[in-house]
Design a protein around this ligand. Structure first.
Ligand code: SAM
Length: 511
């Protein structure tokens, strides 16, 4: 789920707390415009970990007091009752503890292949334009004096209280990787150094850092411009980094994009209890004929079996980043690994090549995804450009254009004269990356977890396992690419050798 989508939903879930009751704004001298947070649509990425760390340590850490344990189903029956009172039709599934994903929806009756399930009506969606009331602890300001009700009383008074009570108190998310985050968080990367250590080999580390910076930057921005100026309206106990990360953790792991509603994103209670399987190809969407969110099963289920949907055709790294899990090894046909490539600064044509790339909006270093089945034509074009000799400088522009995925004609142009060098260039990057993964995977067996608290030890073992699973799956793709590249190079070289031998034979014959 894109950061901008999550941000928009988060902001609108805050707005109605005020906009539904403008008198709060009057008492606190905040204009309606201020209350609506419209000015804070922009996500600021400038704040770095240090800023987040400072505010965090100054604030102290506060554990989330709403929601429930990630594997608890005690609030599930209340949720199901509330949903049916709100118009959810009778269901063929119920929330239960499951093997995959802690809690999930399990078939109560026989379900046929091709059957439509769920039918969650729009009145239950939480979207950027819903008049949602107090979705998170952030919406807790709701009395005339501006005092904050406790989350418990908020949870009881909010329309969404049953939904909030059934949300995981500690969503699995890489958002919890910033320094100084609460040790109460059970299974995420707690510190930046953990993230660096465990995900050093993977490009997902950089993506996680960018996401954390986006979220912490947004919080710091709001804190500087609003929360700190109106402490009675925005008390630190509620408006702190921890609750902010919790909200984003929930959004990243539960928001759904609905293609039939022009790509609108929404939290869809009940539907968000379904877990992901890479082995199904069925997605949530709004169904105009039944006027609700549905999915169509692509296999049959018997009573007692867990029912799955697909969260999208995502790589294991993307699933870890947003949802905090890595699928079982070899089960994700959409898995890919991002590999970084750079032009050599010692290249005689370095500047000209950088210029050609710049014209396409690319830089000297580029990342391309490798899949078990191969890699994009854009990567091959970048490799040609990287190894292209000065005598072929007239081709730089066309190679750079082909290296950009903006080109509509995905022509797989080949340059036989530099084919060997280009394949070798990709192989070198692959092998450098493989050795980074091998180093981590070898060391992970002996890595000192450095903890005394048994709860924390469990958490650390879990997160290290996630990193090991991700790195194993990414390295597996790289090994496959290495195998293909080595074979191609062997063929090219043996082909050249054969051609040389024939040429030599002709030469001898004629002489
Ligand atoms: C949309 S929620 C699904 C309901 C969730 N299991 C719950 O109890 O609230 C997404 C979260 O479920 C878990 N999950 C979903 N699919 C999973 C899978 N295949 N393996 C492990 N965890 C999964 C992850 O924690 C993810 O962040």
């Amino acid at each position: 789920m894109a950061m901008a989508d999550a941000s928009r939903i988060l902001q609108t879930t805050l707005i109605p707390t005020f906009s539904q009751n403008p008198s709060h704004c009057r008492t606190s001298n905040l204009s309606y415009h201020h209350c609506s947070f419209k000015r804070f649509h922009r996500i600021r990425c400038s704040s770095l970990y240090t800023a987040a760390t400072d505010s965090q340590s100054a604030a102290g850490t506060t554990a989330i007091t709403w929601g429930c344990d990630v594997d608890s189903v005690e609030n599930a029956s209340a949720l199901q009752q509330w949903l049916s009172d709100c118009g959810l039709p009778p269901q063929k599934m119920a929330i239960q503890k499951v093997q995959v994903g802690e809690r999930g929806l399990v078939a109560m009756k026989n379900i046929r292949k091709g059957e439509k399930l769920l039918f969650v009506p729009p009145s239950l969606f939480i979207t950027a334009d819903s008049r949602t009331y107090a979705f998170s602890g952030f919406g807790a300001v709701n009395d005339r004096s501006g005092a904050v009700k406790s989350e418990a009383s908020l949870a009881n008074s909010s329309k969404w209280s049953n939904y909030i009570s059934a949300l995981p108190r500690q969503p699995y998310s890489l958002l919890y990787c910033s320094e100084g985050f609460s040790t109460a968080t059970p299974c995420n990367f707690r510190t930046r150094s953990e993230l660096d250590r465990y995900l050093e080999a993977s490009q997902i580390r950089q993506r996680a850092i960018e996401r954390i910076n986006d979220v912490t930057g947004t919080y710091n921005d709001l804190k500087l411009r609003i929360f700190s100026k109106h402490p009675s309206l925005f008390p630190e106990e509620v408006f702190n980094m921890e609750t902010f990360k919790w909200s984003f953790g929930i959004l990243f792991s539960r928001l759904v994009r609905l293609p039939s509603m022009d790509g609108k994103v929404a939290l869809v209670p009940w539907a968000d209890m379904l877990n992901h399987s890479c082995e199904v190809e069925t997605f949530l969407d709004y169904d105009k004929s039944s006027q609700g969110v549905v999915f169509m099963t692509d296999r049959a289920y018997q009573p007692g079996e867990q029912v799955f949907i697909s969260y999208g055709r995502k790589s294991n790294g993307e699933l870890l980043l947003s949802y905090g899990f890595v699928p079982r090894e070899g089960t994700n046909p959409r898995d890919s690994v991002e590999l970084s490539f750079s032009l050599k600064t010692s290249d005689k044509c370095y500047k000209e090549k950088v210029e050609a790339l710049k014209k396409q909006g690319l830089s000297a270093s580029q990342c391309y995804p490798l899949q078990i089945t191969g890699w994009p034509v854009e990567l091959m074009a970048y490799a040609y450009l990287a190894v292209c000799p000065p005598s072929m400088r007239s081709r730089f522009d066309e190679m750079a254009a082909a290296a950009s995925n903006k080109t509509t004609s995905k022509k797989d142009t080949r340059y036989p004269e530099i084919e060997e060098e280009a394949q070798q260039f990709i192989l070198d990057a692959c092998e450098a990356s493989i050795s980074k993964y091998s180093k981590f995977l070898q060391e992970s067996g002996t890595m000192d977890l450095d903890v005394t608290n048994p709860k924390l030890l469990n958490r650390k073992v879990f997160l290290k396992q996630l990193a090991v699973d991700l790195c194993t799956s990414e390295q597996r793709i790289l090994f496959r690419a290495q195998y293909i590249l080595r074979r191609r190079l062997r063929d090219i070289r043996s082909g050249e050798l054969r051609a040389l031998k024939i040429f030599d034979g002709f030469r001898k014959f004629f002489s």
